[in-house]
Design a protein. Structure first.
Length: 453
C-alpha cells in the first residue's frame, strides 16, 4: 500500500515518501515467512503471477527481506526524521490543529509512528528498491477479512505480497516514488496519485488470488470496502480523523476509482491513470469530474503577506483539498450535532486552495485562500467556518473574509494584522492566473470555471 503515510501531511495529511506500506488496515501472519525465512519458491511464483496478471514486467529484481516490528518501526522513524525535523513536525501539527484538522496539542510524530506500528505488515521501499515483510505482524483488519470472502484457506500473505509487488511494478514502470516526492508541496494532488496506486495494488492483489479479473471480482472487492471504517476504528480507535481519513480514502475511494477505469478499458486504462493522473481528491471522490467532464483544480498562488509579516518565516505551503475540508466539517458536526448537517456538502463545492504556515519562534499563523464553485458556497463556507473556529479556537485570533467565490482565512497572530493583510493578500495573490481580488469578485474566470453541480 502507499503508506499510512510516513510523511504526515504538512499541516494536514502529508504526501507519502515511501511507497507501499502493506496493508493499511491490516497486519497479517505470513504463510510465506517461517522463523524469519522466506519461502523463496512461493515468492518467485507470486512475482511471476502478478506480472502476468498486471501485464507489466519488472525492470530489475526486488529483494525480499524480513524485519521484526521493532526493526521496521526504526526504519520508518529514520525515513520520517530524514525528511522532517522535530520542529517542523511540531509546527505542522500545530497548524493543522489551528485549521481544525487535528485535535489541539497533537504530537504528530508520535501519532504517525503509532499508526505505522499498529498497521504495517510489510512495505516496498523505493529508496532501497526492496520489499520488507514484518515478522510476527498480528492477523487483523482489512486484508484478513478480505481473504475470507475471496478464499477458503489462509492466503493472506500471498495476497499481501502480490499487493506490494504491484507497488514495485508501479515504481519501476511509472516512476511513482519520484513523482510523489515532486508533490510534497501539494498533498491533495499527491493523495489523488496515491489513491490510484493503492486502488491498483488492492485490486491486483485480490485478483491474483482469484486467478482472474472480471466484473464480479470488482463488485466483491468494492463491496468489501464498506467494512473499512469499522475495522480501522476497532484496530486504531484513537487515531485522529485527519490521519485516519486519508488512509481510508486511499482504499475505499481509490479502489472504486481504479475499478471504474478498469471497467472502461482493462489494465491499459489503469496504466493511463499514471500518464494523466487525477489532480485532486475531488476527482477521486467525484470520478465523473475526471472521466466524463474533467475538472482541474484552480491554481492559487498566495502573496502580499511577506513584508507585512516580517520577521515571520514561511514554514510550509500546501493545499488542503476537498477531503480535508470534509474532514474538518464532519469533525465539527460530530462535536456539535445540532449544527446543520448540510454544511458538510459545502466541501463538495471546493474548486482549489492554497495555504501558508508562518512561524516566529514557537508561534504559528496560517493564511489561506479557498476557491469554491460559486459565490453561494463561498459565503456559506465562510459563515460555517467562522462558527467552527469561534468554538474551536476560543481566544486565539482568527479572521475570515470572502469575495465572490473565494474565502480568505487568517488564523493566529497574523489575524491581528488583518486590516493590512486583507487588501494586500487579495491584490498580490492569484486564482487561476488572475488577480485574486478581481477573480473572486467576478467569479472563477472563463476558461477555468469548474463545472461542478
Amino acid at each position: 500500500m502507499i503508506p499510512p503515510e510516513i510523511r504526515p501531511r504538512k499541516a494536514a495529511y502529508r504526501a507519502a515518501i515511501v511507497i507501499g506500506f502493506a496493508v493499511a488496515l491490516a497486519g497479517c501472519a505470513y504463510a510465506l515467512v517461517n522463523r524469519g525465512k522466506i519461502d523463496q519458491a512461493k515468492a518467485d511464483q507470486i512475482e511471476e503471477g502478478i506480472q502476468a496478471l498486471r501485464q507489466l514486467r519488472f525492470k530489475h529484481s526486488v529483494p525480499l527481506i524480513v524485519e521484526t516490528q521493532d526493526e521496521a518501526e526504526a526504519q520508518m522513524k529514520r525515513d520520517l526524521e530524514r525528511e522532517n525535523t522535530d520542529e517542523e513536525l511540531r509546527a505542522e501539527g500545530a497548524a493543522g490543529a489551528l485549521m481544525g484538522l487535528y485535535p489541539a496539542g497533537i504530537d504528530l510524530k508520535r501519532q504517525e509512528l503509532k499508526l505505522l506500528r499498529s498497521q504495517v505488515a510489510g512495505f516496498y521501499d523505493p529508496h532501497e528498491h526492496e520489499m520488507v515483510l514484518v515478522e510476527g505482524a498480528v492477523e487483523i483488519g482489512f486484508f484478513a477479512s478480505a481473504a475470507e470472502f475471496l478464499v477458503q484457506r489462509d492466503l493472506v500473505g500471498e495476497m499481501l505480497l502480490a499487493h506490494e509487488l504491484t507497488h514495485a511494478l508501479q515504481d519501476q514502470n511509472f516512476d511513482l516514488g519520484n513523482r510523489l516526492e515532486a508533490l510534497k508541496d501539494n498533498d491533495d494532488r499527491a493523495l489523488a496519485l496515491q489513491s490510484v496506486a493503492e486502488g491498483d495494488a488492492t485490486i491486483a492483489g485480490m485478483a491474483y488470488l482469484t486467478g482472474s479479473m472480471d466484473d464480479s471480482t470488482l463488485d466483491a472487492i468494492t463491496a468489501q470496502l464498506g467494512k473499512l471504517p469499522e475495522i480501522f476504528a476497532s484496530e486504531s480507535p484513537d487515531t485522529p480523523k485527519g490521519l485516519a481519513e486519508p488512509l481510508l480514502f486511499e482504499y475505499s475511494d481509490g479502489v472504486k476509482f481504479v475499478a471504474r477505469a478498469y471497467r472502461n478499458g482493462g489494465w491499459k486504462a489503469v496504466d493511463a491513470l499514471y500518464a494523466s493522473p487525477p489532480e485532486s481528491s475531488h476527482q477521486i471522490l467525484h470520478p465523473e469530474d475526471y472521466f466524463e467532464h474533467p475538472v482541474a483544480p484552480l491554481k492559487i498562488q498566495l502573496g502580499g503577506y511577506q513584508s507585512i509579516m516580517q520577521p515571520w518565516k514561511k514554514a510550509d505551503e500546501n493545499t488542503l483539498g476537498e477531503l480535508s475540508l470534509r474532514v474538518i466539517l464532519e469533525r465539527d458536526l460530530k462535536a456539535h450535532p445540532y449544527q446543520d448537517p448540510s454544511r458538510i456538502a459545502l466541501a463538495r463545492k471546493w474548486a482549489g486552495d492554497r495555504f501558508v504556515v508562518l512561524q516566529d519562534q514557537r508561534m504559528i499563523s496560517v493564511i489561506a485562500i479557498i476557491a469554491f464553485a460559486d459565490n453561494a458556497a463561498a459565503s456559506g463556507f465562510a459563515i460555517a467556518y467562522t462558527t467552527l473556529l469561534d468554538r474551536l479556537l476560543g481566544s486565539t485570533a482568527h479572521e475570515i473574509d470572502y469575495r465572490g467565490n473565494a474565502v480568505m482565512i487568517v488564523i493566529g497572530e497574523a489575524a491581528h494584522y488583518m486590516g493590512v493583510l486583507e487588501p494586500a493578500v487579495w491584490r498580490a495573490s492569484t486564482i487561476g492566473g488572475h488577480c485574486a481580488a478581481d477573480a473572486a469578485i467576478a467569479g472563477v474566470p472563463d476558461g477555468t470555471s469548474p463545472n461542478h453541480p
